[in-house]
Design a binder for this molecule. Structure first.
Ligand code: SF4
Ligand code: SF4
Length: 453
């Protein structure tokens, strides 16, 4: 096949090992429109989640020192590890399932590296440096005032964007007040400040220089995708039988590929998809838009490059439903059901009655035995709750607590000291009723401790 050897190297490394700078063209088309919408939604969600409140807490925050996570109005505690296990399972099965079906769709459509680089950084670059022809000219020309101010302005904006993303990332953990406090008093918050500075530096390096090499050289996912894909997976492919031999549009013996290289010029990783499925392809589908545009101009059918399977390109039937897809799909369905079920049925309040770390029981002057207890109340809901403690009617226990009524804020935990006094021959279990201002009522129990008789 013509042209195979010329592009049979890593696209960003030159003959002498030097970095080859890519200038991917921006080509309108249905996939660019769809991808831009998906990226815009993801940018808003990724950058907005820790700053927007739902139920009195950030939409997403992982408060590690307090061992709590706030996710969409729900509060999860360290004891809720099962939910995180299900969530981890959801991520793993999603990657397996969608890669087996749609190849590296995650890379081109949802990975934050691609989302920020292609839909934030490159548009800023186009705005300052102009279209690709001007970008190339500016890159090649010697340093002068025009190049200096454009590079200075552009890189300053990239570093500011990196700083904003790093700020938001740290806010996922410290909360918005925490990150703002850390930025106002950096020396008082060495960890938050350190993570912020490291991330800002790493992202600046990525945006200013490293770029697509993160996908080509660093990211491990590109390497292990080959074990998840098979010949039925839908990937971006070139219809070789239709396109070859390449030639002029006026050549009656040539295939449909006119060798315009539009598909290569738009590729953000600089590859030629006509050389076959490659590890560097992030499945952004920009080459489909570019080639369809050329085919439309020539009055030919679109789809010379298309989302298709290896089998379809060989003229065979694509089997979407195959054992690995079924297994991954069932795994994904199972963790989704488990996740939805456990989250929707989780108790809004978690109670835990334990003993105080003092003497477990004492004898009172009137001869009764007193147990010193501690009630831990976790409010997992999005609203504050006011609780009242009481001994169930008919029991011999007297409940003595300095806080018979107390409030627990949304996502909060309170430890309430409770003392229970009872005759030495009282029943074996202490029971305490916990009510709130809605219809919540639960009875907690603990063995009544006394000296052996
Ligand atoms: S080959 Fe096509 S789909 Fe793959 S990265 Fe390049 S432009 Fe995107
Ligand atoms: S854009 Fe289409 S016609 Fe042009 S080189 Fe690529 S495959 Fe061939």
């Amino acid at each position: 096949m013509a042209g195979l050897a010329e592009n049979d190297t890593v696209s960003t490394i030159g003959k002498h090992g030097e970095r080859v700078r890519l200038f991917p063209r921006w080509e309108r088309g249905k996939f660019l429109t769809a991808r831009s919408i998906v990226h815009a939604i993801l940018i808003v969600l990724l950058l907005g989640a820790p700053w927007i409140d739902i139920g009195g807490h950030p939409a997403v925050r992982f408060d590690i020192p307090a061992r709590r996570a706030y996710i969409l109005g729900q509060t999860f505690f360290a004891t809720d590890g099962a939910y995180f296990l299900f969530f981890f399972g959801f991520i793993v099965f999603s990657v397996f399932f969608f890669t087996a079906l749609f190849g590296r769709a995650w890379c081109g459509w949802s990975c934050p590296q691609t989302v920020f680089l292609e839909s934030l950084i490159r548009p800023i670059e186009r705005l300052i440096d102009g279209p690709v022809s001007k970008q190339k000219k500016l890159h090649a020309q010697p340093w002068n005032f025009a190049k200096l101010w454009r590079r200075g302005l552009k890189n300053a904006i990239f570093i500011a964007v990196a700083g904003a993303i790093a700020t938001t990332f740290v806010a996922y953990f410290l909360g918005r007040e925490g990150i703002l406090e850390a930025q106002l008093h950096p020396s008082a918050h060495p960890f938050g400040t350190g993570v912020f500075l490291f991330l800002t530096a790493a992202l600046s390096f990525d945006f200013v220089w490293f770029r697509e090499q993160t996908c080509i050289v660093v990211c491990p996912y590109g390497r292990f995708q080959s074990v998840l894909l098979d010949e039925n997976s839908l990937t971006v492919g070139y219809h070789e039988k239709r396109g070859e031999p390449r030639g002029k549009a006026t050549d009656p013996d040539a295939g449909d590929c006119v060798n315009c290289r539009a598909c290569v010029q738009v590729c953000p990783t600089g590859i030629d998809i006509r050389n076959g499925n490659q590890m560097e392809c992030i499945q952004c589908m920009a080459c489909i838009d570019a080639c369809d545009g050329i085919m439309n101009k020539l009055g030919r059918d679109p789809g010379l490059i298309q989302l298709t399977s290896q089998r379809a390109l060989e003229g065979k039937k694509t089997r979407l439903l195959r054992p690995r897809v079924v297994v991954y799909g069932l795994g994904l369905l199972a963790v989704c059901i488990a996740m939805v079920f456990t989250v929707s049925t989780r108790a809004p309040v978690e109670l835990n009655l334990g003993r105080q770390p003092t003497a477990p029981f004492v004898t009172l002057p009137d001869g009764r035995i007193q147990n010193a207890l501690r009630l831990r109340v976790s409010n997992k809901g999005g609203d504050a709750r006011t609780f009242t403690l009481a001994a169930p009617s008919g029991v011999q226990f007297e409940l003595i607590t300095p806080l018979p009524t107390f409030e627990v804020p949304p996502g909060g935990i309170e430890h309430i000291p409770v003392f229970v006094a009872a005759p030495t021959d009282a029943e074996a279990e202490i029971r305490i009723e916990v009510r709130d201002d809605t219809d919540f009522l639960e009875t907690v129990e603990i063995p009544f401790m006394r000296a052996p008789q």
